[in-house]
Ligand binder design. Sequence first.
Ligand SMILES: [Zn+2]
Ligand SMILES: [Zn+2]
Ligand SMILES: [Zn+2]
Length: 284
Amino acid sequence: MPDPLCIGPCCQERDNNYTSPRMAEPGLAICRWGLARLRRDIQTTPALLDWLAHHIAPTGAAGERVSGSREAPVPVRLDILCMIQEGAVPYRGDDDDQIGPPSIPSTVKTWAWLLCEHRGIAYQARATVAELAGLLARHAEWCATRPWIDDMMADFARLRRCAHGLAPWSVHVQRLGLPCWRCGAQGTLTRTAGESWIECDSSVNGCGCLWSFEEHQALAAAASRRLPVGCPNCGMRSLLRASRIVIGCDRRLDGCGRRWTQSDLTGALAKALTRVQVAAGAAP
Ligand SMILES: [Zn+2]
Ligand SMILES: [Zn+2]
Ligand SMILES: [Zn+2]
C-alpha cells in the first residue's frame, strides 16, 4: 500500500515548483515542507502585526483631497486597519481582492480556539496574538495530523501573503548568495526580515523549500561532508557522511533517510549505475 500523499496547499499549488504531491510525513497529513511552511507562517504573525501597524499611515497621501470634499483625507489605510484589528471570522474566498484582507487577530484566535477545543486545553481569551501564535506553533505538528490542516495552512499563508501585499517587504528580503542546499539553484536562498527562516524562493525558480535558521546553519556546517552523487535509493543529491563508516541520505534535503555503510553504498551505487546504463541502452 502506498504511503498517503500530502494534502497541504504546499503540494497542491503550482507556485512551489512541485510537480506532484509529496509523501506525507509518517503520522501526518502533510509533508515536512508544508509543516515548516506552516510553522514559519504562524511564527511570523506577530511581526506582520507590528509591520502593518507601522504602515498604517498612507505614504504620500498627506494633503491630498478628494475633489468636492472639504474634509481631510482619511488618515489611515483602511485595508491595513482591516488586517490588524479584530474583525469578523475570516472568510475564505478565491480572490483576496474581492473579499478584503483577513484579520490577523481573528484568524489567530479562531485557530487557537479550535486547537484548544480539540486538545482539551483551556483557551485564554485575553492572550495576545504573539502568545496564541506561540501556542499554535508549539502544537503545529499535532495540527498536521488533523484533516483540517490544509485550511489552517491556507489561512496562515494568506495572512503572510496579504500583509506582504499591502505593505511590501521586498526591500527587507535578504538574498544569501549561496546555492540552495536542496536544488542547487544559485541566488535563490532568501531571508525575510522578522523571520528566522531561510527559503528557496520559488518566484525566481527556486524549489520552494525552507529551513529554520538553525537547520540552515547545520546544513552549512555539514556541507563539506556531502557526497557529490545521487542517492541510489531516492535519487536526491542528499548523501551525507555521518561518520567514518556510515553514510546517510539527508531528510533535511528531501532525501529518503536511508543509511549505508561505506561498502554497502559502493555496491548500491554500482547497481544504480548499471540500471541507468541498461535503461539508456534499451532506449530507442
Ligand atoms: Zn506538501
Ligand atoms: Zn531550492
Ligand atoms: Zn535517498
